[in-house]
Design a protein around this ligand. Structure first.
Ligand code: AGP
Length: 608
């Protein structure tokens, strides 16, 4: 999730843009850059590292400029480095971009054939050369319009051109972009914190809209040039609130970012028409998959819960045996890995010590190693033979939410790819599985529209001394995840258990003070879960059930219910975990806990 900021007006553009980049640091990044008009040309300064490092490049010079664009990069294509930092340029055209250009490879091939020389490994660079290709004496906005005709993907861009000093052109599609209106000065940015100290009058662009900023004003059109009359919003937030997008905590913001994170993670990863998963996005070849005899998945914490879900999905879809292990156990148990075993590590940070050690042990045992990771250029990503990046964007809250659901869809995609390679999944079946996957961002959005139900449940139960979370089959790991979410942010003890195990001990915990949160999707185990609920009820337990809307049995047995949209059973975990994230969040807040930075916890456990 990169950050963009641009300024044009009568002020000193460079310090204003550098300050705006500082205000966007919360989005997470690995490099930064700025481009500014100066003495008739455009200068570019950029570096791997922090905004302060970028500002340090101006220590010996104080150029005064009236228009500039800046960028903080969260790498998706191409590791963090100076050459991959934005802004990128082609001749007098300079671009900063937040998003993913899906068809960048084919565009690059055609531009190289036309003689363009690429200097970076990024997808963004194709935009500079495409715009440059279409400048032909027309205004910048027309060459941008023409260039984008052949581009597929998500983009929020700001573009400047040496020929038109002071003009900034912005376009929005599937990545956020807004405009700040000052007094004779104008800002363009990914998010309002970048300029909130200078303007609270904001225009939020919609998909397919273009904005042209000059020192004289702002004009908004559709991408094909039709004028658009945009509403100006007055922002009442403080900059601190704005960094959280108006949400009270990063964790709540990130729970609500899941539809976008899922959409970004799916983008360009498969072809629905053919039912083919894009193996390049995993760093795998068809033959790598055909020879896989066993999959071993290793992780920690929430990522381990994703691994457990992965076992159910991969074994059922691809019919390949899967072993799952906690990384700190795997690394010390003298593990057995053989040729034909595929080792998968899952890690949001890519820096978890135990997971890295397990991955290195697997490499030592000559297994093929794939990393499912959220941080480009992290240790796990760099050291793996194959690599799938989740694209949840930076996850600031210590409790993992959007990274988890994007890990789940990554494992689902892998299962479809493996099943196809092993001829366990037909093309028709693959198309259906991928169509079901494509619906997930909207289904999570639909579920989030009822988020207040979770807050109501939390208000009723936040003083309970402990919780039981129960699930069966593929949702048993989600019971574990729900319990972990509650534990780590509210400090209430909670147990996740397979519902069928209740009678073997945990039922002794049940009384009227200990609520049981039960995942009760429709399906072959539904009636068994209903009887587990009755076992708890008959001992005075309070029941919170997560059900499908047309369930006519479990709601009548429950004290509280949360309806979850229907889905194919492999994707139920992506939906059923969201109410548990929300319930844990609200209970943590009601108990006065620091939900973004819980006690004793770190976002990445880089030590044993
Ligand atoms: C999840 O909410 C926790 N913060 C923790 O369990 C985390 O999942 C675990 O430390 C693994 O981190 P990783 O995914 O970055 O490897």
């Amino acid at each position: 999730m990169c950050g963009i900021i641009g300024y044009t007006g009568r002020g000193d553009a460079i310090p204003l843009v550098l300050e705006g980049l500082k205000r966007l640091e919360y989005r997470g990044y690995d490099s930064a850059g700025i481009a500014f008009f100066y003495e008739g040309s455009i200068k570019v300064r950029r570096c791997k590292g922090k905004v302060n490092d970028l500002a340090g490049l101006f220590a010996d010079e104080k150029p005064v400029s009236r228009a500039a664009i800046g960028h903080t990069r969260w790498a998706t294509h191409g590791k963090p480095s100076e050459k991959n930092s934005h802004p990128h340029r082609s001749g007098g055209i300079v671009v900063v971009h937040n998003g993913i250009i899906e068809n960048h490879a084919e565009l690059k091939r055609s531009l190289v054939a036309e003689g363009y020389v690429f200097l970076s490994d990024t997808d963004t660079e194709v935009l500079c050369h495409l715009i440059h290709k279409h400048i032909n004496g027309v205004p910048l906005e027309d060459s941008v319009r023409k260039a984008l005709e052949g581009v597929r993907g998500a983009y929020a861009i700001a573009v400047i051109d040496e020929r038109e000093e002071g003009k900034i052109v912005g376009v929005k599609k599937d990545s956020p972009l807004c405009v700040g209106i000052g007094d004779g000065e104008y800002f363009i940015a990914s998010d309002v914190p970048a300029f909130l100290n200078y303007s609270k009058k904001v225009i939020f662009l919609d998909d397919g809209e273009m904005v042209v900023l000059t020192g004289d004003g702002v004009s908004v059109t559709t991408i094909d040039g039709s004028p658009v009359d945009k509403q100006v919003t007055n922002i009442g937030w403080s900059p601190a609130m704005a960094e959280k997008g108006g949400y009270r905590h990063f964790m709540l913001k990130e729970i609500h970012e899941q539809p976008a994170a899922l959409a970004d993670t799916l983008r360009g990863r498969f072809d629905l028409e053919s039912g083919a998963v894009n193996l390049k996005e995993f760093g795998l070849e068809e033959d790598d998959l055909k020879t896989v005899e066993k999959v071993v998945i290793v992780a920690c914490g929430t990522s381990w819960h994703a691994a457990l879900v992965g076992k159910y999905i991969i074994e059922d879809i691809a019919r390949v045996p899967v072993e799952v292990d906690i990384a700190s156990e795997f690394r010390y148990r003298n593990p057995i890995l053989r040729k034909g075993d595929l080792f998968i590590s899952i890690s949001q940070s890519g820096e978890t010590a135990d997971t890295l050690a397990a991955q290195r042990e697997a490499k030592r045992l000559a297994a093929k190693v794939m990393s499912i990771c959220n941080v480009v250029g992290s240790s796990a990503a760099r050291e793996a033979d194959a690599l799938f990046y989740t694209r949840s964007g930076p996850e600031i809250g210590v409790a993992s939410t959007k990274a988890f659901t994007t890990q789940l869809v990554g494992l689902y995609l892998f299962a479809v790819a493996l099943g196809s390679a092993k001829s366990a999944v037909s093309a028709d079946k693959a198309r259906q599985l991928l169509q079901d996957l494509l619906e997930m961002p909207d289904k999570v959005e639909q579920l989030l529209s009822t988020a207040e139900v979770a807050e109501k449940i939390a208000r009723e139960l936040y003083e309970a001394p402990g919780f039981l979370y129960l699930g069966r089959g593929i949702n048993y790991p989600i019971a574990l995840e729900g319990a972990l979410k509650l534990k780590e942010i509210s400090y209430i003890h909670a147990e996740g258990y397979p519902a069928g195990e209740m009678k073997h001990g945990p039922i002794a915990l049940v009384d009227e003070k200990v609520p049981a949160v039960v995942l009760a999707p429709k399906g072959p185990m539904h009636y068994k879960i209903a009887s587990n609920i009755q076992e708890v009820k008959s001992r005075g337990g309070t029941i919170v059930s997560l059900v499908h809307a047309d369930d006519d049995l479990v709601p009548g047995l429950s004290d509280y219910c949360f309806a979850v949209p229907d889905s194919n059973p492999y994707l139920a975990p992506v939906l059923f975990v969201v109410p548990l994230q929300l319930i844990a969040y609200h209970i943590g807040v009601l108990r006065g806990c620091d939900v973004d930075q819980p006690r004793n916890l770190a976002k990445s456990v880089t030590v044993e």
